[in-house]
Design a protein around this ligand. Sequence first.
Ligand SMILES: [Zn+2]
Length: 431
Amino acid sequence: MIWSKEETLERKNIEEIQLSRLKNTVNRIYDKVPYYKAKMDKISIKPDDITSLEDLKKLPFTVKDDLRANYPFGLFTVPKKEIVRVHASSGTTGKPTVVGYTKKDINTWSELIARIVSMAGVDCTDVAQIAFGYGLFTGAFGLHYGLEKAGAMVVPTSSGNTEKQIMLMKDFGTTVLVSTPSYALHIMEVAKKMGIDPINGLDVRLGLFGGEGSTEAMREQIQKGFGILATENYGMSELIGPGVAGECECLCGLHINEDHFIPEIIDPNTGEVLPPGEKGELVITTISKEALPLIRYRTKDITRLIYDKCKCGRTLVRMAKIEGRTDDMLIIRGVNVFPSQIEEVLLNTKEIGPHYEIIVSKNGYLDCMEINVELEDTRLLDSYANLDNLQNKIKHNLKTVLGIDAKINLVEPYTLKRFEGKAKRVIDNRK
Ligand SMILES: [Zn+2]
């Protein structure tokens, strides 16, 4: 179902809305945020210089460190009394980045999530179980309000406690699962151990997945193992939380809510804007947020934009599945490697399961990559020759894709770590 008329506007009309909202946003940050004013003054740009969407590229980028430098509320454009909610994203080190919402922002957020979940096929007959952790993280609360708005019955189980999670899924007749893709895999496995067939023993028909990237191969594993349609949605707390973009039932890229976010694709090294369709780093400008508008926020996510009309009837531009993050990229013996490339190869090998671990270390001056991957079936362990063949096959396929050698360790089923939130599959011991 198409939730709002803005999803099907002609490009000309979308661009009109974008320009007017962009001008407002730029005026607002220039007036209210000394940090942005100083940044713009430094390159001699005034809000009046923005007269077309083309002018967007004259504005400076915003990066995560700008939020850290203004911790906690320095980039807010409204006084604290107008803020009704804060969230924060965990930094691996030091202070988190803090984001704030006015009443209007919270409404916009619910509206955008309602759009995205409707896009994926949710309606008022659905029972939606939210297995994202509730707390400072934006994922759970964002989906929560939007799913209620769309009329679904929300079951806020939060993450963890997997057996109880599955019991409630069965008893409440959950039809929609909200979680990370990794947690969906884990739920699937635990259900089987409990004697519940994830396909026929549960009513789940749709997954709304986010919080981490995943490959098409991973989607396939989840769809097959769970018997569901696995959709992906995209966002990040700095931009609003989930709700920036989402997949429709055609599964051919994520529609960006362009009347609220302007996407650009840049060359991550030079910062230059790339022509439509080219692959690079996604940069987003928020144009409807009150409390914390961000200009040209560098997401570090690598993707490309697709402007062809989608079969679903929406005219909103689509972003292709994220290929990786600029800071996830491993440089191994001088070769750029995205963990997603490795995942694609592993998951397309039928003898092994979807659980793996990538370990990078140094042997003297030389980078070494080792991959631990779980066998799907213990029977393979009975034959050395079979194991050897499988190991060589994976090694060969990885070499074809990456151009480098990796050591493959096949391990028994259920021996690698499972994840209730974002998966951490790469261990880089070189740092
Ligand atoms: Zn579509």
